[in-house]
Ligand binder design. Structure first.
Ligand code: ADP
Length: 603
């Protein structure tokens, strides 16, 4: 199957889905603000009717009145009365559209985004690491606000088309039933209009896909994340090439669909102009001036109303296209929201004390060809310091992810205090751990907030200073004019402080000091520190964690010496286990690795 056919398949949704997806968003809208939905409907009806009265009925009334010999004064009085009503309606609609609507819309968007963000925080890590899910999640989060507005404006447009169409249609048929035949001509052209919109829709979606590629190439040029690679490699040329190729493909798409769009457009316009507008005009003029059977006002509004009907039909076909486009994006949102996290918690009470035990645990990442962890058994006592060592890619970080219940073992079990960890409420269980992960991120928040990983309360100040002191960062943060209230990163503040890799890790470690937890997990927290700083950090951490269990992962073995027990992981299995002394005496793989690393340090 070609890429194009795959894309087209993706672009088409059955009518049932288009309706159900749009209804889904409208139901959510109703939940977020039933009042706003009702106001939108009322104001749209009011606006459409007012336009029909002003543009058609008043004109008809005035001309027919003159035709019938009604007094000029009575005609002007009615017109002035309507003008006053129209001014009041326009003023209220302006206030509604410029003040009430934007305010309420913000609330509705907030409601939608909250639902999406809450879900995003609840789904398991796997969803972020699997492209299939991640793409959907990203689109759902990116698009949620835009799609609510899209659905809301499409409903308003549809309503206004229906009102315009039925009001003009009724008026024409009431004036002269024969005109019905001219009015159905534009209606007969609807299938052609739908065909045209389908082609236009496919064209727009294909262009949007190419624009996404262009946007990516554009982003790579200015985002800081790529700045180094872009300066040290041939990437700029490659990206420019991709950018240009997308531009060429867009021109091709435009050419590919241009002819059929032009033919459809021509047929619709001519069909309406010749058969409907011209036909109805000739009939009305003949009735008015030859047969004298129609009044001037009726003659004029017929021409006007036929045009209005043509526009309303063209607009409703566009609205259908908007619903279709919305439905496609809402599909991501519905799939995202209907996703049920598989990692759930239970209701068991967390014991105050206990060991964590892994019993024959195996795990394989989705799509991987082999198990990352195989029959791993280990014990981490309540106040024990356990080192997990091994080469890169051995499976150490994966083990931590299983411990934190970011993933679920495929076989075996993990218990805490002899109870399967699945039985505990998820957030309570995770709160047992203070964790410093390898890929720790500094948030664009203050030093204090980064240390607490929470909003700062007044009585936190002492703890924050203590944590910074213990992690070795205090001297640095004391040198900042705003101290612990200094904003980190330059995302929002030109004067924001940027930490080096080592300082970022110290900050992460400060977080560990700020909380009293049952277990501390350090996943390669020292990789950006020099050997001396690393040694100091471990000595301090051991001190700080005297009352809790500690699991530290490292491929540098100098720190493992301090552990009560060491597990050497190789190819996802526990290869050796014991104290440093025992493993050195055993003279196996650990001893060999240790000696080789020690030589490097001596050198
Ligand atoms: P370590 O921490 O020992 O360096 P990891 O646990 O990070 O090793 O990785 C173990 C293996 O699992 C590696 O081969 C790695 O490529 C693979 N791996 C890690 N994360 C994922 C993932 N999200 N999806 C698929 N494979 C992964």
């Amino acid at each position: 199957m070609s890429i194009n056919s795959v894309k087209n398949k993706k672009l088409k949704l059955p009518i049932r889905k288009i309706i159900s997806n749009n209804l889904f968003i409208i139901r959510l809208f109703h939940k977020a603000s039933a009042g706003l939905l009702l106001c939108n409907i009322i104001t749209t009806i009011l606006d459409s009717l007012a336009r029909f009265v002003s543009g058609t009925l008043i004109l008809r009334f005035a001309l027919n009145g003159i035709n019938k010999g009604q007094s000029f004064k009575s005609i002007v009085t009615v017109i002035l009365f309507w003008l006053a009503v129209q001014l009041a309606i326009t003023l209220s609609l302006a206030v509604y559209n410029q003040s009430y609507l934007p305010r309420q819309m913000k609330e509705v968007k907030k409601y939608f985004c909250n639902i999406v963000y809450e879900k995003a925080a609840a789904v398991e890590l796997e969803c972020y690491e699997t492209p299939k899910y991640y793409d959907k999640f990203k689109k759902a989060v990116d698009e949620c606000g835009v799609r609510v507005e899209g659905a809301s404006s499409a409903i308003k447009e549809l309503l206004s088309c229906i009102i315009g169409l039925s009001a003009n249609f009724t008026l024409i048929v009431v004036i002269d039933p024969v005109l019905f035949f001219f009015v159905v001509i534009p209606i007969l052209a609807i299938p052609l209009q739908i065909k045209m919109n389908k082609v236009r829709y496919i064209k727009n979606m294909k262009i949007a896909e190419e624009n996404r590629r262009k946007d990516y190439a554009r982003r790579v040029f200015y985002l800081a994340d790529y700045a180094k690679e872009m300066r040290l490699s041939e990437m700029p040329e490659l990206m420019l090439k991709r950018f240009t190729e997308s531009g060429i493909r867009i021109i091709k798409i435009i050419n590919e669909h241009g002819f059929s769009l032009a033919v459809c457009g021509y047929l619709i316009t001519e069909c309406n102009r010749i058969f409907a507008s011209l036909g109805a005009t000739l009939y009305a003029v003949w009735q008015t001036f030859v047969r004298k059977g129609m009044m001037y006002g009726d003659c004029l509004v017929i021409v006007n109303s036929i045009d209005n009907i043509n526009h309303a039909i063209a607009d409703s076909a566009n609205v259908f296209m908007k619903f279709q486009e919305n439905a496609l994006y809402i599909e991501n949102l519905t799939e995202f929201l209907s996703y049920e996290p598989t990692i759930k918690g239970g209701r068991a009470e967390l014991p105050d004390d206990g060991s964590i035990v892994l019993d024959q645990v195996s795990f394989r990442y989705e799509g991987a060809s082999h198990d990352t962890l195989r029959n791993v058994s280990m014990r981490i006592g309540a106040k024990e310091k356990v080192a997990i060592v091994g080469h890169n890619g051995a499976g150490k970080s994966t083990l931590v992810k299983l411990l934190l219940r970011l993933y679920e073992p495929d076989a075996g079990k993990i218990t805490y205090g002899n109870i399967n960890i699945k039985e505990f409420p998820l957030s309570e269980y995770r709160k047992m751990f203070s964790t410093v992960l390898q890929d720790f991120h500094v948030f664009a928040l203050t030093v204090a907030e980064n240390v607490m990983m929470d909003s700062r309360k007044d009585d936190d100040t002492k703890i924050i200073h203590y944590a910074l002191e213990k992690s070795g960062l205090k001297q640095k943060t004391d040198s900042f004019a705003k101290g612990i209230d200094t904003l980190l990163t330059r995302e929002f503040d030109e004067d924001g402080k940027v930490f080096s890799g080592g300082e970022q890790q110290m900050l992460a470690i400060a977080h560990v000091y700020s909380k009293a937890n049952k277990f501390v997990i350090l996943d390669e927290p020292s990789s950006a520190l020099d050997p001396v700083a690393e040694n100091e950090m471990y000595i301090r951490m051991m001190e700080a964690c005297s009352d809790c269990g500690m699991i530290f992962i490292s491929h540098r073995l100098s720190s493992a010496v301090m552990a009560d027990r060491i597990y050497l992981i190789e190819n996802g299995e526990v290869a050796e286990c014991g104290t440093h002394q025992m493993l050195m005496e055993q003279d196996g793989k650990y001893a060999d690795m240790f000696r080789r690393q020690a030589i490097n340090y001596c050198e």
